[in-house]
Design a protein around this ligand. Structure first.
Ligand code: VG1
Ligand code: CO
Length: 543
């Protein structure tokens, strides 16, 4: 078998965003585009000769083709062994689990997560390091620089590998092992959670509905909920992964997971509902006629962690992304453990977890996880809730209400404005920044501005600094407005406005978040001049 060296023009747009490189499938299908990025990864991370890497994706359109290309390039770049998920599929948390379990050098995850798939949809690729987590910015920046300069890549000339059969195959001098990653992942879950208690809950007639949104978690959910926990077969829906996610938008929120939402708010609603995204790292938690915000979910898991076997000795600390509500901060304070505030994106949690400083992490964007892996983990979060419900035998709503009674409620909402022209989004950010000098001290309705900044983060472990992570308007009573631009989109700009107000008054806890945040939302719209600049009179998604 021969290794071919092929010319590439180099690409200037291969800058990884919040979570890897994401582009339209059509962009990835351009000659040399995928190869250019993959070679840049190999050149940057320098896989030691003979080392093992892990490879898998969320099964979206172009997954199989990309895997065959990457395998041949890995063989040509001296990789010793590649562990590939069967059929080329691995959820993001399962990939993280496999990297750690088999002590691989790292891995590539092929996914554009919650972005739609199919020939007209998105594709993506991300490199994860030895700890199983996303590569830090230092590495992604170096990959981006390399991708611009690259002029040739190496690829083995060979036939495609059979990805559907478990087994070991040779590709040049490299070994390809097709593995059953559902088992490794499900085994890890069984170590952390009390499966017997959850099984007893289902046996007692507890009903749940999990929506895999035709994305990667279907087979994992079937193995864990149905086979291992004995839930009735109709407890999972849309559980067959499809390359285009059935034409849907695999983002587990109130807008895109509306099929599930209708069931949980319907007349025959089960006690518990949950959904996960394209690559299985996000989660949405619902009770009967009840929605749990991701920020509250993180705080509640932290407050009840000792109910769960894997955390029964307590948690070392917690971390949340900056826009995530401060609900978990209050729990950390009560538990007397540290709480860290990081920029958006899971890559900022890795160092803290490696250093043993935090056990639980979360983001307002439906991402929660712990140090069992180095990615956010959708099914893990669902199992946390099931385990807590099995121990407490209360409804989801009762658990949340009790939490608010104890800690107060951090009322929270996020407004997304998708597909804006980039120039308008930049103009709006500029407009807000220009007001920063005179805003502090001003009274806006019932809120007085305390401070404004553009969030900047210094990693306490390696000292690296990340600037421009979002505009913050902080009020004297602790309420906040945060404004940032998405780093995961592939076309145009998505503007996110995050709102948070603290409500200690128990008599107001049952009120709707939109109602409670009405004034703050109006202040945000005035400050941003959103309607004048963009012409939009309502958000695309409200969480
Ligand atoms: C979004 C979320 C962020 C999350 C990221 C990746 O990023 O806000 O919290 O980590 O997606 O999630 P952005 O830059 O669009 O706001 V996933 O499930 O795509 O791996
Ligand atoms: Co995801």
């Amino acid at each position: 078998m021969t290794i071919r060296t092929i010319s590439t023009p180099g690409f200037n747009d291969q800058k990884p965003g919040t979570s890897g490189l994401r582009k339209r499938v059509k962009v990835f299908q351009q000659p040399h585009y995928l190869e250019n990025f993959v070679q840049s990864v190999f050149d940057t991370v320098q896989v030691p000769a003979g080392a093992t890497i892990v490879l898998g994706g969320d099964g979206r359109f172009y997954n199989r083709e990309a895997i065959q290309v990457i395998l041949k390039m890995a063989a040509a770049n001296g990789v010793g062994r590649v562990l590939v998920g069967q059929a080329g599929i691995l959820s993001t948390p399962a990939e993280s689990c496999v990297i750690r379990k088999y002590q691989a050098f790292g891995g590539m995850v092929l996914s554009a997560s919650h972005n739609p798939g199919g020939p007209e949809g998105d594709f993506g690729i991300k490199f994860n390091i030895q700890n199983g987590g996303p590569a830090p910015e230092k590495i992604t920046e170096a990959i981006f620089e390399r991708a611009k300069q690259l002029r040739e890549y190496r690829i083995l000339e060979a036939a495609d590998i059979e990805l559907d059969q478990l087994g070991t195959y040779a590709l040049g001098d490299m070994q390809v092992e097709v593995i059953d990653a559902v088992r490794d992942y499900a085994d890890l879950m069984e170590e952390i959670f009390d499966f017997a208690a959850i099984k007893a809950l289902f046996a007692a007639g507890f009903r749940m509905k999990f929506d895999a949104m035709h994305a990667v978690t279907g087979p994992y959910a079937r193995e864990i909920f149905i086979r291992r926990l004995g839930a009735p077969a109709d407890s999972i829906m849309n559980a067959n992964p499809l390359p285009d996610f059935g034409g849907g938008h695999p983002d587990p929120n109130l807008t895109y997971a509306h099929e599930l939402v209708e069931i949980l708010y319907g007349a025959q609603a089960p006690e518990f509902g949950a959904a996960s995204d394209g690559d299985g790292d996000r989660n949405m938690i619902l009770g009967k006629h009840f929605f749990v915000t991701p920020s509250d979910s993180l705080a509640i898991i932290a407050a009840n962690a000792t109910c769960i076997r894997g955390y029964r000795d307590g948690i070392a600390g917690v971390a949340r992304s900056m826009p995530t509500s401060g609900a978990v901060d209050r729990v950390a304070k009560a538990l007397n453990i540290p709480c860290f505030e990081t920029p958006t994106g899971w890559k900022f949690f890795g160092n803290l977890m490696d250093a043993g400083k935090v056990t639980l992490c979360g983001e307002e964007s439906f991402g929660t996880s712990s140090s069992h892996v180095r990615e956010k983990d959708g099914l893990w979060a669902v199992l946390c809730w099931l385990n807590i419900l099995a121990v407490k035998r209360l409804s989801v709503e009762q658990i949340v209400m009790a939490h608010w009674r104890e800690f107060g409620r951090n009322v929270y909402s996020r407004l997304d404005y998708e597909d804006l022209p980039v120039s308008q989004a930049n103009q709006l950010m500029q407009h807000v920044t220009e007001q920063f000098a005179h805003l502090p001290g001003q009274q806006l309705g019932s809120y007085r501005v305390h401070a404004c900044d553009n969030f900047s983060y210094t990693d306490s472990i390696d000292g690296s600094v990340s600037r421009n992570q979002g505009l913050r308007i902080l009020f004297e009573d602790g309420s906040r407005i945060v404004i940032r631009l998405s780093g995961t989109g592939t076309e145009g700009a998505t503007l996110r406005i995050y709102l948070e107000a603290y409500e200690p008054d128990t008599s107001r806890h049952a009120l709707d978040a939109q109602e409670l945040l009405k004034e703050l939302i109006q202040i945000a719209l005035n400050l941003t001049q959103l309607q004048a600049i963009t012409g939009r009179d309502k958000p695309t998604v409200i969480t």
